[in-house]
Design a protein around this ligand. Structure first.
Ligand code: HEM
Ligand SMILES: [Cu+2]
Length: 671
């Protein structure tokens, strides 16, 4: 039993979490009380707002990465392109790849996982809300620092995997590589804190009755992804620290002249890098596993297989990294071993594709926009997967590696897979997050335009690659037969750009229309299956009025439908009778805080200090120390604050929403 600060009075004994309210000298560390305007976003610790901020930042970075892609395509549209010099071209493709991987696809995944996991498991927030806020701000700081390299002389130009010894000062004397390093060390920290947060949330904060095998597939894939992040990010970060010691302090970890072996970097990078591709695709697999059953009006086929094939991919993904190094001289035995292990990983992936098709089979299919994008993922990812299998065959990979065949492959799996899946997720959950739906007609046009543009851009790259066109060349001469397909590919890239503009236009038009109509959005616009559709749209700040008690998988669906003797769904309750109203009282929520932002802001200052002037590190260090004190000394919660839905005991402040679960969630831990 823990005492709330107000009940304890001036002689407060330490509360359950060991922090008394009294230690807040002069109220310096009081929690901010703003609930509206920009300050409410800057100080928020609410998983929904943090999810939306991840999404917004990722879409901005997508535009930046997209412009870089268009520059590449204009340069390669015709032989002897003049738009970019060789040096600038290297910077542009490096920033394009790095941005799309670390600042677009990964954070979109974080956006959806942050917003949805607590809702799908019946929780009010994630385990550590302030840590969650810190994660977002340090991600943003990393992305901005990386992009500041464009303004500070030279962007990184070593490619998104930045191989040694090219990444050393001997071959890259400018600071571009240092920005790559510092920026990604910070986004890595964001991923790591996010992983800890979401793993504890999934394992500790499920609603009563929600056993692991009743969790929605999206949450399952998110959990596997977080474990991959937990183990993969430290590998990359350690390689980055070794590189930082080499570049800034004259160490020799990758210096060949000092006897080092540059293959060390390749091994470290790909031990991270291959699990990284699953970190990008598994959340998107989770998204379509939510969408396809809803628009097929059938339960997901083979739920346990869906879950275990995801877990299998999570494990097997650690045993294939050297397939990126078939041409790096690792020797025939390693090549053979990694060839076989890579082929094996096609099996659990194939299981997923089969289950999605089997779910649609015999279903009452509705081809609304989310479903089109889901089918887009299944079909385009399968094409990418098949070319992936051709890479596993090491003799043919020796021909294909470093050509446009590879560029085609990873765009089919990352753009055709992850990005199309996430766009489907945006169309699917937009009503839940913002209280209005994106226009479905515009959405369908959006889908077809992006699908045509996508295949026109990346389809021809298979041919160019098999014709021998190397990747990462800033131009090519006439007479190699690369002209036609490069031109087609460039037209395709501009059609993708048009589709992206359409997506943003749909947001603007739909929002304006919704405001004019001033209609309340339905809680369950798609006749959904999981818990997020049980709360109003947009989701109220406290999520659930009452934490639901779960009895089966697809629990919300089964509150609306039973089955007749043929297994067909029969309505047993009106949706209005089973959704929550959102007007709860007595719900306690974590308080806003400035300190996560202050802590995150200190880190890039330290980064610039390491690159330019060590005195600056001191300034950054002061920010970090002040923030640590702030986070430690600010009151556990501010029960008088307007954000509080009436002090229901300390169950909800940011130290107890998580591991020390609220009373009603403590019951959940008995599974
Ligand atoms: C928006 C449309 C896009 C276009 C037109 C595009 C185009 C290209 C092209 C032409 C290259 C090869 C550059 C070269 O080797 O010289 C490339 C590289 C790359 N792209 Fe994209 N891309 C797009 C979207 C994406 C997305 C969504 C991702 C997702 C992760 C992505 C990730 C990458 C990566 C990792 C590289 C490798 C960069 C390197 O070699 O270091 N791209 N892209
Ligand atoms: Cu790989």
């Amino acid at each position: 039993m823990s005492l709330t600060p107000t009940e304890a009075g001036p002689l407060a004994l330490p509360t359950g979490n060991g922090r008394g309210p009294a230690r807040n000298p002069l109220g310096v560390f009081s929690r901010p009380r703003t609930t509206t305007g920009w300050r409410s976003w800057v100080t928020t610790v609410d998983h929904k707002k943090i999810g939306i901020m991840y999404g917004a930042a990722a879409l901005v970075f997508f535009v930046i990465g997209g412009i870089e892609a268009l520059l590449i395509r204009v340069q390669l549209a015709t032989p002897s392109g003049q738009l970019l010099s060789a040096d600038l071209y290297n910077q542009v493709f490096t920033m394009h790849g790095t941005t799309m991987v670390f600042l677009v696809v990964m954070p979109i995944g974080s956006a959806l996982m942050n917003y949805l996991i607590p809702l799908q498991i019946g929780a009010r927030d994630v385990a550590f809300p302030r840590l969650n806020a810190f994660g977002f701000w340090v991600f943003l700081a990393g992305g901005l620092m990386l992009n500041s390299s464009w303004l500070l002389g030279h962007a990184p130009d070593g490619g998104w995997f930045n191989y040694a010894p090219n990444n050393g000062v001997a071959f890259s004397p400018h600071h571009g590589i240092d920005f790559w390093n510092m920026g990604l060390i910070m986004t890595g920290l964001a991923s790591l804190t996010g992983a800890i947060n979401l793993i504890v949330t999934c394992l500790n904060m499920r609603a009563p009755g929600m056993t692991l095998m009743k969790m929605p597939v999206f949450t399952w894939m998110a959990l596997v992804t977080q474990f991959l992040l937990l183990f993969a990010i430290p590998v990359l970060t350690s390689a980055q620290f070794l590189l930082m010691f080499d570049r800034l302090f004259g160490a020799n970890f990758f210096n060949v002249e000092a006897g080092a072996d540059p293959l060390l970097w390749e091994h470290l990078f790909w031990i991270f890098g291959h699990p990284e591709v699953y970190i990008m695709i598994l959340p998107a697999f989770g998204v379509v596993s939510e969408i396809i059953p809803v628009f097929s009006r059938k339960p997901l086929f083979g739920y346990p297989f869906m879950v275990f094939s995801g877990i299998a991919i999570g494990f097997m993904g650690w045993g294939v990294w050297a397939h990126h190094m078939f041409a790096s001289g690792i020797g025939p035995i390693s090549v053979a071993a990694f060839s076989v292990s890579t082929m094996f990983i096609a099996v659990p992936t194939g299981v997923k594709v089969l289950n999605w098709l089997a779910t649609m089979w015999g279903g009452k299919l509705r081809f609304s926009t989310p479903m089109l994008f889901a089918i887009g993922l299944v079909s385009m990812f399968t094409i990418g997967g098949l070319s992936g299998v051709t890479h596993a065959v090491s003799p043919s990979d020796t021909q294909q590696t470093d050509t446009y065949y590879i560029v085609a492959h990873f765009h089919y799996v990352l753009f055709g897979g992850a990005l199309l899946g996430f766009l489907g997720g945006f169309y699917f959950w937009w009503p839940k997050a913002f209280g209005y739906a994106l226009d479905d007609k515009l959405g369908k046009v959006n889908f077809w335009v992006i699908l045509i543009g996508f295949n026109m851009t990346f389809g021809p790259m298979h041919i160019l690659g098999l014709q021998g066109m190397p990747r990462r060349i800033y131009t090519y001469s006439d007479g190699y037969g690369f002209n036609f397909w490069n031109f087609v590919s460039t037209i395709g890239a501009f059609i993708i750009a048009l589709a992206v503009v359409m997506f943003f236009a749909n947001i603007v038009v739909s929002r304006r229309r919704a405001r004019a109509a001033a209609k309340v959005m339905a809680a369950d616009p798609w006749d959904g299956r999981s818990l997020e559709w049980m709360v109003p749209s947009p989701t109220p700040e406290h999520n659930f009025d009452e934490v639901p008690v779960i009895t089966q998988f697809d629990d919300f669906w089964h509150r609306k439908y039973g089955e007749d003797d043929k297994g067909r769904p029969v309505r047993i309750a009106a949706t209005a009778d089973v959704v929550q109203t959102g007007d709860a009282t007595d719900v306690h929520l974590p308080s806003p805080s400035y300190w996560p932002l202050v802590l995150a802001a200190g880190l890039p200052i330290v980064g610039y200090g390491l690159i330019y002037n060590l005195w600056l590190c001191l300034v950054g260090g002061l920010f970090v120390i002040a923030a640590i004190y702030g986070l430690t000394l600010e009151p556990a919660s501010d029960d008088e604050a307007p954000h509080d839905h009436g002090g229901h005991g300390p169950a909800g402040d940011d130290t107890t929403t998580g591991a020390e679960a609220a009373p009603e969630q403590e019951a959940a831990l008995v599974d």
